[in-house]
Design a binder for this molecule. Sequence first.
Ligand code: ADP
Ligand code: MG
Length: 908
Amino acid sequence: MRNKEVNFRNSWHDKDIAQILVELKTSAQGLSQDEVKKRLFQYGENRLPAGVRMTLVQIILHQLLNPLIFILVLAAIASVAIGEVEDAIFIFLVIFINSALGAYQEFKAEKSASALQQLLKIKARVLRNGKGKEIPSEEVVPGDIILLESGIKVPADLRLLEANNLEIDESFLTGESIAAKKRLGTLKNQCGVPERSNMAFAGSTVMNGRGRGVAVNTGILTEVGKISRNVTESKSAKPPLVQRMDKFIAQIGIFLLVVSLIVGTLLYLQGMELIGIFFVVVALAVSAIPEGLPVALTVALSIATKRMAKRNVIVRKLNSVESLGSCTVIASDKTGTLTVNEQTAKIILLPDGSLFHVAGQGYNGNGNVNSEKDPLRPVLYSERSELYRICRTAVFANEALLVNNGETWEHAGDSMDVALLGLSYKLGLVPEEMCAGENTVIKIPYESQNKFSAAICHNEKVNIELKGAVETVLDFCDSMLVNGIPSPLLRENILALAEKTAMQGFRVLAFASGESPNLAYKDNYEAKDLPPLTLNGLVGFIDPLRPEARDAVDLCRKAGIKVIMITGDHPSTAKTLAGELGISAEDLPVITGKMLENNSPSSSLAFRNLVASSTVFARVSPTQKLEIVNVLIEKGEFVAVTGDGVNDAPALKRANIGVAMGSGTDVAKEVGSMIVVDDNFSSIVAGVEEGRFAYDNVRKVIYLLISTGAALGILFISSLLAGLPLPMIAVQLLWLNLVTNGIQDVALAFEGGEPGAMKRKPRPPSERIFNKSMIRQTLVASFTMATVAFGFWLWLNRYTSLEEEYARNLVLLLMVFMQNLHVFNCRSERISTFRVPISRNYILIFGVIAAQGIHILSMQLPFMQKILRIEPITFTEWGYILLLAIPILLVMEVYKFFVAKREKALLN
Ligand code: ADP
Ligand code: MG
C-alpha cells in the first residue's frame, strides 16, 4: 500500500507536459549550465549504487580458502607439535607472502578491469541552453532534455516530448520481450509501468526511431533504481581459463592424495613413524601442486588485456583474450571498419544522364561542383530544378549538422548526412536558411533495415523528401525529373546507371521528392503512407579505404584467417572495394541479400553452399547477417563478427567473438565481447595477434610450473624407491615452489609476443592447453631435471661422506639453478633459447637474477640458514653445480631442434 502511495506521488505519466515542465522548472530548450550544477548537488549523480565488486578483504579470503593452504597449516601445526617452531613460523610466513602477492595481483587485475570499464561508460545526448551536447550519463539531472535515437540506452526516467517511430526495449523492467511502441499524450493515473507509453525508463534501450524527453527522475529514484536492490549485478571475477586451471590443480591434488596414501602405506609398512610419514606426504603434495599457477595466469591475462587496450582493443569478457587466438573467420562490416567512414559526395547524376563532378575532401563545404560538359564554371543549385530538388531532400531528410565557423567547420551526426550538407554548401545553398521558411518537418529516420530516410514538410501542400539506397528509392517512384519536367520512370536505365557508378567504388544514394495536397498530419509516418514520388537524381560518395586495411587483410591470410565482408551497401560497390582489399578474388560472385532470401531457409543446403561460395555479401539485412554467422559457426568455424547497430546485436551475441565498434551503439557494445575503440579493421587483427600471444604466454607459464613441479615429484618418488633419504625437507620445497620459482613464473608472464604467431594456422578452439606437444615437452623437461637431481643425490649419498644436511643444501641449489635455466627454455616452444632476444622480456632477466640472488643471500643469512637448513658454499662448488644444471638447457635445445624439424616436415 505504502509503495502505491509513493508511486502515486511520483507519477509523471498522468500530467500535461506543460505542467511537468513548470514543475521541473525547465523548458524545451533545456537547463542552463549553472542550473545543472545546482541540481547535480541537490539530486546527486545519476547512477545506481555500485554493483557487487570484490573487496580487498574478499580477495584475501579467496586466496586463503585454498586446499594447499590447509595442507600447509596442518604441516605448521605438526611442526609445532614436534618442537620445530621455526619451521612453523616459516610456513606461515610463506603462506602470508604468497597470499598477499596473490591478493595484490588479483586486486590489480580487478582494478584495471574496472578502469577499462570506465571507457565504456554510457553517454547521454542532452539539450542545454538550446544546444545539443553529449555528456556522461551520470551528469543527467531532473529537468534535462534528453535526445533519443535507436541503439542508445535511456539514461534516466523520461516523460516523452517527441516520439518518432520510437520503440523501446524495456524487457528488463516489464518482462515484455517485444519492444514497446511509444507515443505522446497524457495517460490515466492507474496505468502501471508497462502501460506508460508516454514514458521512457532508465536502463531500457531504444530499438527504433527517434525521440526526446524530459528527465523526471534520476539515479536511485528511477524505476530501475527502485528495484535495483533485487538486481544484484553478479560478476564472475575469474576468467574461464583460470577456472579451468583451478579445476586442473584440484585434479592434480586428488591424484597426489592417492599417490601419497600409497607412499604413506609403504612407508608405514617399512616401519616409519607417523609424524615422519606425514611430512613426506606434505612434502610430496607441496612439491607437485603448481600453487603459483592461478597468480601467474591472472597476471598473464591482465597483461594481455592491457596490451590489447594499447592497440585499441578493449576486452569485455576475459575469455576473449584467449579465444581471440583461435579465430578462423572475421566477418567485417565495410563502412567505417574497412573504410575510414569519411563520406564525401563526389558525383551527381541526373536521371537524364547528365554528370556533375564535386570537388573537395572532408567534412566541409569547400569546393565547387562542375558540369562534365563545362568543367571550368562552378554550378549552382538554382541552375537545374533537379539539383535544387536533390538539395532540398539532402537538407530535410537529414539528421546531421555541419556548421561553418569562418575558418573551421563543425560537424555532428551520421557521416552520409554530413557529407550531404557539405554538398549543399558547395552548390551555393546554406542548409539553415533553407529550413528557416518551412513548417513542421516530420522525419522517418534512417534505420539500416529500411535503407532510406524521409522528411515530410507541412506547408500549404505537403512536401515529401526521400533519400536512400537506389532500389529502395525506386520502389517509391513512378516518375523522374528531366529538365524540370516529370517524365516516365526508366527504371532499368537508372539501375544500370547506379550499377556503373557503384562498380567504380562509389556508394550511391538516390533522391526523390513529391507533393501531396491531402496527406493527413500524423505523429509517425510509415513507408506505406507516402504517395508516389519523382526521382531527382543520384549522388555518388567516396569513402576511402583505411590505408592499413589491406595489410591487415594480408596478415589474416598468412595467419589462416578468412576475411568476409558483410555490408548493407550495393553489390558493385562492395565488390570493387573487396577487390582492392584482396578480400575477394576476381571470379568469386557477390552474394546479395536477395539471393540469400531465394535460398532460404538458412538451414537448407542451398543456403549453406551459397554462404560457402563467396567472401563478399552485399545488401544484407541484419537478420541475414545473423544467419550467415550461424552457418559459419555450424560449419565449425570460430567466427569474429563486427557490428555497430542495434540490429547487429543478435549476430554479435551469436558470434564466438562479438566485436563492437567504439563508435557503435550502446547495445552493440553491451553484447560484444570486445570493443574496437577506433573502429579499425586492423585493430581487430592486432587483437587476434595479441590473443595468440596471450595464449602462448599462458602455455609458457603453465609449462614452467608443471614441469618443475613434476620434476620435484619424480625426484621424490625415485628417492623413496631407491631407499634414499628424502632429498629435500618441506620448507625447502616451499621455498623452491613459492619463492624462487614464484618470482620467475610471474616474470615469465610478461614475455613479449613471438613474431611468428601470425604465420601459424589458428589453433582449434577445442585444443586443450595440455595437448600432445605440451605433454611431450613437460615430460622431457621434468624427467631431465629429475634425472640430474636424482643422480646427484644418489652420488652425494653413496659416494661422498658429506652430511645429509649439507648434501640437501647442494641439491637445493641445483634445483634453483635448473629452474633459473629452464625458465629460458620456456620462452619459446619452438625457437632456440639463444635466438629469443633478451629485449623481449627484461623483467624475466631481473626475475632470474632475483631468484638466484635471494637464494645466495639466504645461504649467508643466519636466520634463513636456520630455517632452510642451508649454509654458504665455496665459489667452486657453486660453479660445479651450475655446470650440473646446464643439461636441462642442452636437452631442451635438442628437443626443440627436432620439434622444429617435424613441424617443417608437416608443413611440406
Ligand atoms: P554498411 O554495411 O556499408 O555500413 P549501411 O547498412 O550503413 O551499410 O547502409 C546500407 C545502405 O543504406 C547504403 O548503401 C545506402 O544506400 C543507405 N544509407 C546509408 N546511410 C543512409 C542515410 N543516412 N540516409 C539514407 N540512406 C542511407
Ligand atoms: Mg553502416
